[in-house]
Design a protein around this ligand. Structure first.
Ligand code: FAD
Length: 469
């Protein structure tokens, strides 16, 4: 490590390289519950030996070249907001903090694209675009902390995804530094038939295939109108059916967030400031005024046909204004509570069975530890939807085996979802958390992924221990 440090300093300068213990401590975990728990117990899941924070792409190239020469593990670090342990340096080595690469390089308001460096903070980018009447329609709840590179690397999703798509639908091209320091750039536009589209290989690769240094994304004009609606449905099934039929007609509401009874009472009600119960959905339609009116009227007619009753639209508007409140205390749990989000997806034909299976597997068996299970449906497609099943054990189970309890809840929830015909969705990525389940999801295809990984990273130094690689 001494020689590695010397070589890094020669390439990047003393100021860009640190091994000061208090600085290294800032990189022991992202927001993964097990990582935070282990840190609080004084036994972090990982710790880097060195951190570099380059302020230009050439610095990333140099860092990866020197790391390859010394066969030192490399862990890219964006905002550290990940929930899966993806940025935890479980094998030590070098953390490459990307936040020094934070420039917007081009906003093209003719083609509606933005090109920026990967370490740019999501909220900063949004502000700059909004000043020009534009937006990146990717609104994850973590945009205050997350970086654009982290959005792409973890294959994220934001609240407007039903209309605009998820990050994989917004990314056009990337620049990536591969293990060993080779810099590649994918084709400027993603629609061509000249071979496979390489950009998507790196979307969701979580630093295991290379370090993303530059991203070009699709952007849109700020909508002329946003119209809100709140609907209470008699059952989960009736709500799913109304939205399914709306999407089949070609409507694309920007927000469809449907809460089950427990989530309505424990999550939605305190944030909107009104005591609600039952299955409640907040909806938003946006875009050109006439189109918005037509889309909202048609969708709400389908909701009424399904037995839905319209509540005050101000509730949905309040939800929009306070949508980040969910992620701060007192709404966001803190240690010693245990929490996690089992995020699964299925076709419309199976989604109710997945919901019932999750509730049966995660709620009733854990009544003894007062487990809360708040489920909502928030990213909708023409063929299906996903369930965001947020569990909280408020006092951490009251015993010394909190980590085992956490793992058991996850295993029970995922087993039930798979058994009912769902798969893991997790728009937070895979990281450490879901690595043990990769084979179950991908089967033999995981072997093909491992061979791609081996070809791009023969020494296995890129974010080792993640993604089941
Ligand atoms: C309160 C809260 C709410 C959240 N809400 C959402 C949400 O609504 N939608 C959503 O999608 N996610 C959400 N997340 C999860 C997380 O914020 C996202 O996954 C985010 O995209 C991570 O970005 P980051 O810059 O913080 O990445 P990090 O946490 O730093 O890293 C995530 C992974 O990507 C890798 N990585 C980071 N940057 C690069 C790069 N430039 N090149 C290669 N690999 C890289 C890391 O090694 C790691 O494996 C939430 C998290 C929290 C804490």
């Amino acid at each position: 490590m001494d020689q590695f440090r010397t070589d890094l300093v020669r390439e990047l300068g003393e100021g860009a390289v640190t091994d000061a213990p208090e600085r290294l401590d800032a990189y022991v975990t992202d927001t993964y519950w097990l990582g935070l728990h282990a840190q609080a117990e004084g036994e972090p899941l990982g710790r880097p030996e060195l951190v570099v924070r380059p302020d230009h792409e050439a610095g990333v190239v140099s860092a990866l070249r020197v790391a390859a020469e010394h066969r030192v593990p490399v862990v890219p670090w964006g905002g550290g907001s990940g929930t899966q342990g993806g940025a935890v340096p479980v094998r030590g080595g070098l953390v490459v903090d990307l936040t020094g690469l934070d420039r917007i390089l081009e906003i093209d308001d003719c083609s509606y694209t933005v090109t920026c460096e990967a370490g740019l903070n999501g909220r900063v980018l949004e502000r700059k675009l909004n000043e020009r009447g534009l937006m990146l329609p990717h609104y994850p709840a973590s945009s205050e902390w997350a970086t654009v590179g982290g959005y792409v690397a973890a294959r994220g999703s934001g609240v407007l995804s039903t209309r605009y798509g998820k990050i994989e639908d917004l990314v056009l091209s990337l620049r990536v530094v591969l293990a060993g320091g080779e810099l590649i750039e994918t084709v400027e536009v993603p629609r061509h038939a000249v071979g496979p589209e390489l950009t998507q290989l790196f979307v969701g690769s979580e630093g295991t295939l290379g370090v993303i240094t530059r991203v070009t994304l699709r952007i849109v004009p700020l909508p002329a109108t946003r119209r809100f609606a709140t609907v209470r449905f008699p059952t989960i099934g009736s709500g799913v059916d109304a939205i399914r039929r709306s999407l089949a007609l070609g409507h694309r509401p920007s927000v469809v967030r449907m809460y089950d009874d427990e989530a309505t009472r424990l999550a939605l009600s305190p944030v909107v400031g009104e005591e609600l119960d039952g299955v409640c959905a907040v909806l938003c339609f946006e875009g050109e005024t006439g189109a918005v009116a037509a889309e909202a009227a048609s969708t709400l007619a389908l909701a009424r046909e399904a037995g839905g009753r319209e509540l005050d639209p101000v509730l949905a508007e309040t939800w929009w204004q306070r949508r980040y409140d969910f992620y701060y205390p007192p709404h966001q749990p803190v240690l010693p509570s245990i929490w996690g989000t089992i995020d699964v997806v299925a076709t419309y034909g199976k989604i109710e069975a997945v919901y019932d299976g999750l509730r049966a597997a995660v709620k009733e068996p854990y009544a003894g530890v007062d487990l809360e299970l708040r489920m909502h449906f928030s990213h909708w497609y023409s063929w299906g939807t996903m369930i965001y099943a947020r569990f909280v054990v408020p006092d951490g189970g009251g015993g010394p085996n909190a980590a085992a309890l956490h793992d058991r809840i996850w295993a029970d929830g995922l087993d039930a979802a798979f058994a009912a015909g769902g798969v893991m969705n997790d728009h937070h990525g895979v990281g450490l958390k879901l690595a043990p389940y990769m084979e179950r999801q991908h089967g033999a295809a995981l072997g093909a992924m491992r061979r791609i990984k081996a070809a791009l990273d023969p020494d296995g130094i890129m974010n080792p221990g993640k993604l089941g690689f």
